[in-house]
Design a protein around this ligand. Structure first.
Ligand SMILES: C[S@@+](CC[C@H](N)C(=O)[O-])C[C@H]1O[C@@H](n2cnc3c(N)ncnc32)[C@H](O)[C@@H]1O
Length: 241
């Protein structure tokens, strides 16, 4: 674990790329659509101090909770899928920590169990609209919504996040664009505008290179025949309240 702290360099530019996604502690790539632990690690180290409170409203397999614990921060992680909550809890089991790690089944659109102005950093990794479906029929699972409904729910998530974040503190969203009928749907910029419209100030747009996407092979065949580029980046949008 000493290596974990010694060999790490904080990102200093607006392009992030992690070819080795990070497999320390209980991290692995096995949960479809999880983020590299280097992302929450960078955010936590840059924007918080020990014992601060981190919130991840789309916790998934628990990457942010594990990183918070390893870095001596408290964390609240929320996910709408009870099966996913079990995965996150299992990934946390082996991590020794004296911090508070709260893993809660809930909805990012209604976090009424969190007080106003109480969180030091929010790390959001929502579904990229309906590109990957995270459940079959869970109400308010954002991955089951069409684009219009998705933006409406994202407005609610943004205002809930604004409510619980302390003033002068940071929120980050990882998001990617989509392609429909050969054209780009700029999901990233649309989500960016939603967070700005709620009152957040945009501090950074980081381009995150995508590696090892499960669907790359399938798309490489398709783009050979058609005239468009394979999307190989995501946006990490960083805002301040
Ligand atoms: C992209 S994944 C997050 C992956 C996570 N960063 C990780 O490393 O495992 C998105 C997650 O959002 C959850 N989700 C979808 N709609 C939600 C909602 N309304 N409230 C809370 N979680 C939701 C899904 O169940 C899924 O686990």
């Amino acid at each position: 674990m000493q290596e974990y702290f010694n060999n790490f360099k904080l990102e200093t530019t607006s392009i992030w790329s992690f070819p080795n996604r990070g497999n320390w502690a209980t991290h692995s790539g096995s949960f479809r659509g999880n983020w590299s632990p280097y992302i929450p690690k960078n955010l936590i180290l840059r924007y918080t101090k020990e014992n601060d409170w981190i919130l991840d409203p789309f916790l998934g397999s628990g990457t942010t909770a594990v990183e918070s614990a390893l870095l001596n921060r408290n964390c609240i992680g929320v996910d709408i899928n009870p099966k996913t909550i079990q995965i996150a809890k299992k990934n946390m089991e082996a991590i020794e920590t004296s911090c508070h790690i709260i893993i809660k089944h809930g909805n990012a659109c209604n976090m009424n169990f969190i007080k106003n102005n109480s969180i030091d950093l929010i790390c959001l990794h929502p579904p990229y609209c309906n590109i990957i479906k995270y459940s079959k029929d869970i109400e308010d699972d954002l991955s089951l919504l069409n684009e219009e409904e998705y933006y409406k729910k994202m407005c609610i998530v943004a205002s809930e996040s604004y409510r619980v974040l302390k003033k002068q503190k940071y929120l980050a969203v990882l998001i990617a664009d989509m392609r429909r009928n050969g054209n780009i749907i700029p999901l990233g910029f649309n989500v960016m505008k939603i967070f700005q419209s709620i009152g957040f100030t945009l501090k950074e747009i980081v381009i995150k290179e995508q590696h090892n996407c499960r669907s790359t092979e399938k798309w490489e065949g398709i783009i050979k025949k058609q005239c468009f580029l394979l999307i190989k980046h995501e946006y990490l949008l960083i805002f301040k309240k």
